[in-house]
Design a binder for this molecule. Structure first.
Ligand code: ATP
Ligand code: MG
Length: 269
């Protein structure tokens, strides 16, 4: 279980990036964190892996408060795909890059090759094992970073905008992998995302605005609060919005009228 207890963090004296934040993620739960640019989402992820230390409050994982002494144990439990995949690579090629993470986890060499093979196939990057990371496209880098995290088999997986550079097909594939990790492998998952469709699949959603938590609840509960979402620069996922409008406007005679209504609604926002 992950617990944030009244956590605040500031990068400098003036601006507070995260303010008085408390939330829980139970084992095997999937939480999505949504919010406008600069609302504090990546800061939460960095706090969770101990890259940043709270200015106030505490963070615990499995009942143990994160501190300097146990940070390496925590890092073994938590796998993270960072928002900018360029910051993630250490190896001179894709294979070595994934191997490096596994080596840190003391995985035997033979097992390592098997895992690298299995997970690069899963994200469709098996043909790129000898490629230098900097020669890959943004989406390919994200796929490699995801393969590396999957291979580590951590109990907790954090994905910070891990599908932001993927095309629709790539996004769909990664969402399916996340659902599989959640449903079949019992992982505890945190997805940080601007993709409300992805967020709608998680168990709970935390909505951030200017470093504060403004809503926490199930997707059904969250997407009902359109007022708060709009004032946080967010909205309902498109599919839900269309369904909602169709239901509210039962008198609509055909698809064209529905599309016009959605368009009008969109412009009014
Ligand atoms: N290294 C840093 N030094 C100073 N300020 C920072 C640093 N990183 C982030 N900030 C500030 O902290 C606040 C929260 O940033 P954070 O990266 O957590 O936002 P975010 O919600 O992840 O945004 P995005 O959706 O753009 O990824 C922002 O105001 C940002 O400018
Ligand atoms: Mg971010």
């Amino acid at each position: 279980m992950i617990e944030f207890n009244d956590v605040s963090f500031q990068y400098n004296q003036k601006d507070v990036a995260v303010k008085d934040l408390s939330f829980k993620v139970n084992d095997h739960e999937w939480l999505s964190i949504i919010g406008h640019n600069g609302s504090g989402k990546s800061t939460i992820a960095k706090l969770l892996v101990g890259l940043l230390e709270p200015s106030k409050g505490s963070i615990s994982i499995d009942g143990v408060e994160i501190n300097e002494n146990n940070i390496s144990t925590i890092r073994r439990k938590v796998g993270i795909v960072f928002q900018n995949p360029d910051n993630q690579f250490v190896g001179y090629n894709v294979k070595y890059d994934i191997a490096f993470g596994l080596e840190n986890h003391q995985v035997p060499r033979e097992e390592m090759n098997k895992l690298i093979d299995e997970y690069t196939k899963k994200v469709d990057m098996n043909e790129y094992l000898s490629r230098e990371p900097q020669t890959l496209s943004g989406g390919q880098k994200q796929r490699v970073a995801i393969a590396g995290i999957l291979a580590l088999n951590s109990d907790i997986i954090i994905l910070d905008e891990a599908t932001s550079m993927l095309d629709p097909q790539g996004t769909k594939e990664i969402i399916e992998i996340i659902e599989e990790l959640h449903n079949n492998y019992n992982k505890t998952i945190i997805t940080i995302t601007h993709d409300l469709n992805l967020a709608s699949k998680s168990d709970n959603i935390l909505v951030m605005k200017e470093g504060h938590s403004v809503l926490f609840g199930t997707p059904d509960e969250i997407f009902e609060r359109r007022d708060i979402l709009l004032s946080s620069n967010l909205d309902m996922p498109f599919g839900l919005r269309a369904a909602f409008l169709a239901k509210e406007n039962e008198k609509l005679k055909n698809n064209k009228e529905l599309i016009d209504t959605i368009w009008e609604y969109h412009l009014k926002k």
